[in-house]
Design a protein around this ligand. Structure first.
Ligand code: 26Q
Length: 801
């Protein structure tokens, strides 16, 4: 589209929508007009792309995920369509700016953190590579809450993203499908033919809303289908007596409630009925649509596995297993064996965690009450599984129980996926080893080929090219723009290792990005951060295993040391945090408060406040990540080894030239293999050492030295203005489970010492810039293009695209 064509289309759309000229429209109207024109362009491209895929009988991927952390769309779409410069000029001529409009574009927060953002990165990458991939999720009315900090404490506010974000959605009322909950399921044999019928079920209608996903420099456009729930047309509110209405509200059984809000918890399950209903709702709606689209084209389901790959993103859509079985058998007349074979060859599952509190299982009576037919299918899956295990692992009821789909009063969702899916993958090399060696070892023993590893990747055109335009422009100057399609070309930067002109320029770019972030911090936090100081960044969900606590406790020790050695040569450092805590996660919320208390404590102390500062950036989100990441010198990836499945902020930060301060956990291990020990700052116990230490009987007290004791005392002495007895207890007592469950104290010394190494290294700015350069150059491996290609080749088995 030329600039002239774009102007004409905008003019016409403005007239249609608001009956006025572009020159008379206000920013919000211009925003809606520009988004609508962009969306319609994508809609056309999507139609053409789908037709081509259908005509060529290509295999398609359906990616089911309860979360897609989309972020903003306007800038990304204009960037991908190559319309950025024209749009900027047109808006400037109208006396406004693209910045004014992108400021209105909401950050679609339909996810909690890493898992949701990964799903969005994969949609972006697949589209850029012309891979036909459709995402399915829920059109939550409210995405991840907005975080406000009041007196240092997190307060959650609703995120009403649809008010402005709705402009991106194309609603297809005519393609609504019916979802059935509860009631009774009757099964009987009719002349040797198995029959099943449902009665007294509750109907919910699922309405699809398409969000188009553009790719970089391609006409291919995919879509993310988001389902909203509503009551059936026939539903009569008057017939709902007042009492029933209230009970339904309290029960959360009303249809509309299903798509009301994203559960704001990550790495922790809660077993609530509404969550199960959300899962079944979007799984059933998506599978029904996949099947009916397939039938329209092929008029048979026998080739489903050859033409369709369905991906289960963590166990949240694991109901795909019984629901696809149900649809194939009950609705399409297939026998068990054929249906099972198709399910198994169609479905694949990614595991994102090894922590027991995040492994999903559902109480049998809740499951059976809501999904009676799926339950009976799970029973049969389990019965057949037990028969098989009795042969493979004779006389080992412990194993049978551990591997069962139904055991201990629960339906076990990871086991359900393992029992069926042809592929299961971990999200980093280390994580995959852990699931093969421990968590899913007994399944791995049966079939090695079922397991594979795909290290996560990021959509680097968003995280580098869009978020860091200055660095991107300079990279293009140095190595050309081939890296925009092939991230491995970033390695060409290695030839500038030691080149002082290049390193000085990298330092200058980093400083500009720090100034940009500094302006935001000055406004948001009222804190002035000196861009000459080290920007040390930890941005991720707040979780004990991620150990934000280790970071902030180390700051307290640093404060003590600076005061004790006022004349030493301290390196100025700014500790930047961004983190949302799950609403019900008390100790996480206390940690946020502690970070604020430490921030204040330091700001009030003239002896240290020019050397170090702590900044907590409120409401960490995709948009804020785009601002913070380009400004980071140090990337804090300090989880207790063996706990972070992969991490993805580590990749984004590395690609923007931050040097990792990390444990050998998740994808940090692979960062180390790429850049070498000399280009990162490693510390702490390894996974093996962590396991050994637990076996020996870990007692944090044996690691407490006087300096650590002094820091711990500050938690309860009142010097911080508040006391944090629960945090202290979590470290030292058994009050919240094992004392110091994530070995903060065991790793404390190593962590502090490594910080001192960083400070010394940073004093040599050329040396530090050289490390930064190597990190950028080696980061191409973490492109989501590479990751998606691995899924395409090894899991989805798509031959042509
Ligand atoms: C489950 C049941 C009920 C309510 C909520 C949940 C729930 C929701 C979200 C459980 C887990 C999540 C999210 C997990 C997640 O983000 N995991 C992260 O995934 C990243 C992408 O693979 C990894 O990089 C991180 O290491 C991993 O922690």
């Amino acid at each position: 589209m030329t600039k002239k064509q774009l102007t004409e289309r905008l003019e016409k759309k403005c007239d249609q929508m608001y009956g006025c000229k572009l020159s008379e429209a206000n920013d919000r109207q211009l925003y809606k007009v520009l988004c609508t024109v962009t969306r319609e362009e994508l809609e056309d491209d999507n139609r053409n792309f789908s037709k081509k895929v259908r005509d060529n009988e290509q295999k398609q991927v359906y990616y089911l995920s309860m979360e897609f952390l989309v972020g903003t769309s306007l800038y990304n779409n204009l960037f991908n369509l190559g319309l950025l410069d024209d749009a900027k000029k047109i808006l400037e001529d109208l006396g406004t700016s693209l910045d004014n409009l992108t400021a209105i574009d909401p950050d679609a927060g339909l996810g909690n953190g890493g898992l949701g953002r990964l799903a969005s990165c994969y949609m972006d990458a697949a589209t850029s590579m012309n891979v036909p991939m459709t995402g399915f999720s829920i059109r939550y009315e409210f995405g991840i809450f907005k975080q406000k900090i009041i007196d240092g404490w997190q307060v959650e506010q609703p995120d009403n993203w649809l008010t402005d974000g709705g402009v991106w959605l194309n609603t297809r009322q005519e393609d609504a499908v019916e979802i059935k909950f509860g009631g009774e399921c009757h099964e009987w044999m009719d002349n040797g033919q198995f029959r099943v019928a449902n009665s007294n079920y509750e109907s919910v209608i699922a309405i699809p809303h398409d969000l188009y996903i553009s790719g970089y420099n391609t006409k291919s456009v995919n879509k993310l289908v988001l389902w909203s729930a509503s009551k059936p047309q026939a539903f009569d509110m008057n017939a709902f007596s007042r009492g029933d209405y209230m009970r339904a509200l309290e029960d959360n059984t009303m249809a509309e409630v299903i798509s009301k809000v994203l559960y704001p918890a990550d790495n922790h399950i809660n077993g609530k009925k509404l969550r199960l209903r959300q899962q079944y709702f979007f799984v059933s709606a998506s599978l029904q649509t996949i099947i009916s689209d397939h039938l329209k084209k092929y008029h048979t389901l026998s080739n489903l596995a050859d033409k369709v790959a369905i991906h289960i993103n963590d166990t949240h859509p694991a109901l795909c297993v019984p629901e696809l079985m149900r649809l194939l058998m009950d609705e399409h007349g297939m026998g068990w064996d054929e249906a099972w074979d198709i399910c198994s060859r169609t479905l694949a599952y990614t595991n994102h965690t090894v922590m027991s509190e995040a492994l999903e299982h559902w109480n049998i009576s809740l499951f059976r009450e809501q999904l009676p037919r799926c339950y009976s299918i799970c029973e049969e899956i389990n019965r057949r599984l037990m028969e098989k295990l009795a042969v493979i692992y004779p006389n080992d009821p412990g194993k049978w129980n551990y591997m069962a789909v139904i055991a201990n009063g629960d339906v076990n969702m990871p086991n359900l996926c393992l029992a069926c899916c042809h592929k299961v993958n971990g999200v980093s090399a280390l994580h995959t080893d852990i699931i093969k060696d421990t968590l899913f070892h007994d399944y791995y023993n049966i079939n090695h080929d079922q397991f594979t590893s795909v290290t996560n990747g990021i959509s680097y055109r968003r995280w580098l090219a869009q978020a860091n335009p200055e660095l991107t422009a300079y990279i293009k100057e140095l190595i050309g723009d081939g890296f925009m399609k092939d991230a491995d070309e970033l390695e060409k930067l290695l030839k500038f290792k030691g080149d002082e002109t290049v390193l000085a320029k990298l330092n200058e770019i980093k400083k500009d990005n720090k100034v940009r972030l500094g302006k935001y911090i000055a406004k948001a936090n009222g804190i002035n951060v000196d861009p000459e100081s080290i920007f040390d960044v930890q941005i991720k969900r707040l979780h004990e295993y991620k150990r934000q606590l280790l970071n902030v406790l180390h700051v307290l020790k640093l404060d003590n040391e600076i005061k004790a050695n006022a004349n030493a040569d301290w390196t100025p450092k700014r500790f930047v945090f961004g983190a949302k805590a799950s609403a019900g996660y008390a100790i996480a919320k206390q940690t946020i408060s502690l970070i604020h208390a430490v921030s204040k404590f330091i700001s009030n102390d003239p002896a240290v406040r020019d050397i170090i500062k702590v900044v907590f950036i409120e409401n960490y989100s995709v948009s804020l990540a785009e601002l913070i990441i380009p400004a980071a010198d140090i990337s804090e990836q300090i989880s207790n080894a063996g706990k972070e499945a992969s991490g993805t902020s580590n990749m984004k930060l590395m690609m923007n030239g931050a040097v990792t301060l990390g444990t050998l956990d998740g994808a940090n291990v692979e960062i180390r293999n790429l850049v070498g020990d000399e280009n990162m700052f490693l510390f702490g116990l390894t996974t093996e050492q962590v396991n050994d230490l637990w076996r020996q009987g870990y007692d944090p007290r044996t690691f407490i030295t006087p300096d650590i004791q002094k820091v711990l005392n500050m938690l309860t002495s009142g010097v911080l203005g508040q006391t944090y007895p629960d945090i202290l207890d979590s470290l030292l007592t058994g009050r919240f489970g094992p004392a110091d469950r994530f070995m903060t104290i065991a790793d404390f010394k190593s962590y502090y010492d490594t910080h001192m190494v960083i400070d010394k290294t940073y004093a040599d700015r050329m040396k530090f810039a050289d490390m930064s350069l190597v990190n950028i150059a080696k980061s191409g491996f973490f492109s989501a293009d590479r990751a998606v290609k691995e899924y395409v080749d090894r899991i989805w088995e798509i031959k042509k695209y």
